[in-house]
Design a protein around this ligand. Structure first.
Ligand SMILES: CC(=O)SCCNC(=O)CCNC(=O)[C@H](O)C(C)(C)COP(=O)(O)OP(=O)(O)OC[C@H]1O[C@@H](n2cnc3c(N)ncnc32)[C@H](O)[C@@H]1OP(=O)(O)O
Ligand SMILES: O=C([O-])CC(=O)C(=O)O
Length: 378
């Protein structure tokens, strides 16, 4: 492979950004100058959304207005709920259902501005961000044979989602852990799904199209879909006769990738994995069942020793969400409920100085072929 061909666009710079800084050697992540650890511990998801979209942390009154605006936009149109019901009855993949419903939401967003402008994309982006949790929670409830629970405006984004999912308001601790997870997942440079959103936006398409592209891209197992695969692995290990180390060693010997490990940018442990690992351990301690955290820790140590490959964000989010009682196939939709904030932020930033994104491939196929009519082909 020659030097000018960057398979997977590795290391290729496509934009300047003030949104998130990643130091892959030190394991450091910063949103607009603020360390991820500080934000995870001290800021709410709404505050971080505001920071990403507006460039600075909100004042108390700006935050309150912003929270109210999001909360007032949580309800989704009955037609969309009806489609979600059909998708649930058809046992659709939850990410596919979210992708379809998010796309459908655009038909009921009657703001008629100019796509590709900040005003239009920000106001629609707020509505998408407000409504996606309602879609995911409704899908889960309908799939379980329950009616959807209408959103509550008096709860914050994290607590309201758990309320709509379970039909009862979460205790403060669970709401806090979930809010922290939303903060940790909201942005991460030009990852694959963010790039997908930017490619779509760069054609001057609309923000619903960008978010729909991004949801489809986040779904895959090499990206956001890995969090579900991590939990499936932990459960498979639990069901097997093998020790955690034996299972992991066999998987590596069979040439399998261990979900939740490795990263295009980090050479060391993802800082988000460290924070989520603490949450996973704390939940295990609180319930008295440390199995899922312990398995994860053994895998991490073994992977470090055998391969030097460290965990990424998806590794400990899996056991964290599982211990919160969240169904495994909702882990990636939950990632999307957070990352939508980053997708919107990058679209807004890129469109300040938009240029169509259009890379090239090197043609290595045949040339000078003579066309043969179909009846003469053998
Ligand atoms: C939110 C997120 O998207 S975080 C990432 C979530 N994805 C996963 O956890 C899936 C598992 N991880 C992977 O498949 C990869 O590490 C990726 C896709 C994340 C990054 O891939 P790339 O940057 O293309 O790395 P690449 O595929 O070149 O891997 C480099 C080497 O590490 C190995 N490697 C990378 N990840 C793993 C893994 N999880 N398990 C075992 N080996 C791995 C590869 O086999 C390769 O080895 P080789 O050079 O001997 O062939
Ligand atoms: O940055 C990436 O390539 C993947 C990732 O960790 C994320 O999207 O959060």
């Amino acid at each position: 492979m020659s030097d000018d061909l960057k398979k997977g666009l590795e290391g290729v710079l496509v934009a300047e950004s003030e949104l998130s800084y990643i130091d892959g050697d030190e394991g450091r992540l910063v949103y607009r100058g603020y360390e991820i650890g500080d934000l995870a511990e001290r800021a709410s998801f709404e505050e971080v959304l505001y920071l990403l979209w507006h460039g600075e942390l909100p004042t108390a009154s700006a935050l309150s207005t912003f929270e109210d605006e999001l909360a007032a936009n949580r309800t989704v149109h009955d037609d969309v709920l009806e489609t979600v019901r059909r998708l649930a009855e058809a046992d659709a993949n939850p990410m596919a259902a979210l992708r379809t419903a998010t796309s459908m939401l655009s038909a009921y967003d009657d703001e008629d501005g100019e796509p590709g402008t900040r005003a239009e994309d920000l106001s629609k982006g707020k509505r998408i961000t407000a409504k996606m949790p309602t879609v995911v929670a409704a899908f889960k409830r309908l799939r379980d044979g329950n009616d959807p629970v209408a959103p509550r405006e008096d709860l914050d984004h994290a607590a309201n989602f758990l309320y709509m999912l379970n039909g009862e308001a979460p205790d403060d601790k669970l709401a806090e852990v979930f809010d922290m997870a939303l903060v940790l997942h909201v942005d991460h440079g030009i990852n694959a799904s963010t790039f997908a959103a930017m490619v779509t936006a760069s054609t001057l398409s609309d923000i619903y199209s960008s978010i729909t592209s991004a949801i489809g891209t986040l779904k895959g197992g090499l990206h956001g879909g890995a969090n579900q695969n991590v939990m499936a692995m932990l459960k498979e290990i639990d069901d097997s006769e093998l020790s955690v180390v034996e299972w992991t060693r066999n998987a590596l010997e069979e040439g399998k990738r261990i979900p939740g490990f490795g990263h295009r940018v980090y050479d060391v442990k993802d800082p988000r994995a460290a924070i989520l690992g603490d949450q996973s351990r704390a939940l295990g301690n609180a319930s008295g069942e440390l199995k899922w955290f312990s398995y994860s820790q053994v895998i991490e140590e073994f992977m470090q020793q055998e391969t030097g490959i460290a965990p990424n964000v998806d590794f400990y989010s899996a056991s964290t969400y599982y211990q919160m009682g969240i169904p495994i196939d909702l882990f990636t939709p939950i990632f999307a409920l957070s990352r939508v904030g980053g997708w919107i932020a990058h679209v807004l930033e890129y469109q300040e100085d938009n240029r169509l994104i259009r890379p090239r491939s090197r043609y290595v196929g045949a040339t000078d072929q003579a066309y043969v009519p179909v009846e003469q082909r053998e």
